[in-house]
Design a protein around this ligand. Sequence first.
Ligand SMILES: [Fe+2]
Ligand SMILES: [Fe+2]
Length: 202
Amino acid sequence: MLNSEAPLYDRSKSALSWPLMPTTREALETAIALEQQSMSLYARMAKIFADNPALRDFWFGMARDEARHVGALDLVRTVLEIEDKLDASSPISLEDSTIVKLRTMLERFHREAGAGLKIDRALAMALEVEETELEDLVAELLKAVQEPDEYERCLRLLVHDLGELGIMIERYCNDAALLRRCDMLCDRHAETLRASAAVGGR
Ligand SMILES: [Fe+2]
Ligand SMILES: [Fe+2]
């Protein structure tokens, strides 16, 4: 039975949850907010590991690529705003539970990312972030709003980042299973990129 005092959705309480069918504006704003949280997590890592130039550059590169994802989504939002298309139904469906799970995980990692964090744990956290559906969601959004170039750029950045993450895991973590997970994720996105490029004749 529905409790009338407990609305299914209260926009005033959360910018990141909605009923089953969000608008394009809500989908884009949610993806942007989550990408910003990933970016700031990686920027925090760059500061934590600032004493090691290779690690600092690696984390900074990860943060910069999330910033590019944010930029691509923001560009799409601006274009759709001008075209008056932002309040149409989102072209992709978003599971509220997926968003909540992602946001909770990012918040937990932000709390954990402080002085004393070990590099092997930081790399495992990054892989967990990258394994979530967030990048798929961002890529799908870019594709759905017909931005094939941005979509492929986003995938290319992702494949590059996962390659770098794999190198760091190999160097700093004695964990073959973690490395295998990273390689599998990288291969999956590389395959999607290849398929997209083949369709687009690129
Ligand atoms: Fe991203
Ligand atoms: Fe990412």
